[in-house]
Design a binder for this molecule. Structure first.
Ligand code: ARG
Length: 461
């Protein structure tokens, strides 16, 4: 029953209300296989320290293996009276190998050091899956940038036309945050690879079990340095939640661009049928639901992080039951990204770009005005005056309803004697883009170099 782990001191079993509140098997069952892996490692440590004979150890491993098979094929599930995954698996182990042997496994460990270890194992596995899915998104962006390496679009600040840029430059600007997210996952992995197992409830172990042996068995780098910290700290979980929230936010910003580009007014992209949705009432509709879900789910990823931080704030050391609330938020963040990222990668990979439309709009809105000012500077005009002259040309063209390159020689001269007809050499979007060849700039040569760097950094992460 639910009191199975601590019956001795109690004269009654738990009330039904307590059982209902306390139960965590509906979510922590996701840790069942990690719990069994921990038990295998713990059995080895017990045997190494002389608490299990070779025969007992062998029967213990066989029993745990049988449980793992039953968990995997779904024949072993938690019963309604089990409080958590640890208790449920102990009950199942005792049924499998008998109370004599099954009752020995709990020596030298606590659910507090177990759960702190298992949540790391779970997150480490999913960090790998998320990194893989993130890489697919980065690959899709890089492939699109490669396929449209010469296309020019209007670059914007404040959502207003600012300066022409390469479409590839814009796409790659969405790849960089994801590359850094990959690096964040890698850095987090090194910090997370610590085993609190053996710390006991809080104060450390008395039985002389080897914590490094357990860490090695679980693929973790080393035991926790402090048993209180090992069982009570959840910064490793919060940091993971932050990284998933950051990924959500980074993907959401790209999603927003795609949603805007997909409007009739922009007309920059068409979504593939397989990656867009229709309307139940308006037959003509083709909606960017993947991008909208990616944008929307960023909100829940942020919520998972802030909820977890709120749970942790002000918790005294060491273990408190509040800490059971660490799992659902990050499990949800994992589930969320594991469906968002593959759909997003597919949507990006199949986007069709309307580069002629982008090129047509790129010079509009006087987006070459900075190029005019820079051209004047190269001819010795102070930037302050160059800015004034270029601004006056914009005003003159705006009044006449023409674009900069349509200004006549006469109009140029009227605005300023510095504006000779040669200024037209910078009044093309190709010329403008090619001239921005400073480090990290939008010139095709820089953008190609940058793309190679994205691929290298993503592979190294
Ligand atoms: N289920 C708990 C958790 O998820 C671990 C069990 C520790 N319980 C306890 N009463 N010390 O954090």
């Amino acid at each position: 029953n639910a009191g199975a782990l601590w019956g001795g001191r109690f004269s009654s079993g738990p009330s039904p209300e307590l059982v209902a509140l306390s139960r965590s098997t509906h979510f922590d069952w996701a840790l069942a296989l990690y719990d069994l892996a921990g038990s295998h490692a713990h059995a080895k440590a017990l045997a190494a320290a002389g608490y299990l004979t070779a025969d007992e150890e062998a029967r213990m491993h066989a029993g745990l293996d049988a449980l793992a098979t039953a968990v995997q094929d779904g024949t072993l599930v938690a019963s309604p009276t089990d409080e958590d995954v640890h208790g449920a698996l102990e009950t199942a182990l005792i049924a499998e190998v008998g109370p004599e042997l099954g009752g020995k496994l709990r020596a030298g460990r606590s659910r507090n050091d177990q759960i702190a270890t298992l949540v790391r194992l779970y997150l480490l596995d999913h960090a790998r899956l998320i990194a893989h899915a993130l890489l697919q998104v980065i690959d899709a962006i890089v492939a699109q940038a490669e396929a449209h390496s010469a296309a020019i679009m209007p670059g914007r600040t404040h959502l207003q036309h600012a300066q022409p840029i390469l479409l590839a430059h814009h796409l790659q600007a969405h790849a960089w945050p994801l590359v850094r997210d990959l690096e964040r996952l890698r850095d987090w992995t090194a910090r997370a690879s610590v085993s609190p197992y053996g710390g006991g409830a809080l104060a450390g172990a008395t039985l002389g079990l080897d914590p490094q042996l357990v860490a090695d068995e679980l693929g973790l780098a080393r035991p926790a340095e402090n048993s209180l910290d090992g069982t009570a700290a959840r910064d490793v979980v919060a940091e993971f939640a932050f990284i998933t929230a950051m990924i959500g936010v980074d993907v959401s910003r790209f999603a927003e661009d795609i949603i805007i580009w997909n409007t009739r007014e922009f007309g920059f992209v068409t979504l593939d049928d397989g990656y867009s949705t229709g309307s139940s009432i308006m037959p003509q509709k083709k909606n960017p639901d993947i991008a909208e879900l990616a944008r929307g789910k960023a909100g829940r990823l942020i919520g998972n992080l802030s909820g977890l931080l709120a749970t942790l704030k002000g918790l005294p050391l060491a273990y408190n039951r509040d800490l059971q609330e660490d799992k659902e938020p990050v499990f949800d963040s994992v589930d969320t990204l594991e469906v968002v990222l593959p759909a997003f990668a597919g949507m990006v990979a199949t986007l069709r770009f309307h580069t002629e439309r982008m090129a047509e709009l790129a010079p509009q809105g006087f987006s070459l005005a900075t190029d005019v000012a820079d051209w004047l500077v190269k001819r010795g005009v102070p930037f302050r005056d160059a800015h004034e002259i270029s601004g006056a040309l914009v005003q003159a063209c705006e009044r006449r309803g023409i674009e900069l390159h349509e200004a006549s020689d006469h109009l140029l001269a009227e605005v300023s004697s510095e504006l000779t007809p040669q200024v037209r050499e910078v009044l093309s979007i190709e010329g403008s883009v090619a001239s921005r060849d400073g480090a990290g700039g939008t010139a095709p040569v820089r953008v190609a170099e940058q793309r190679a760097e994205i691929v290298a950094r993503a592979q190294a992460a």
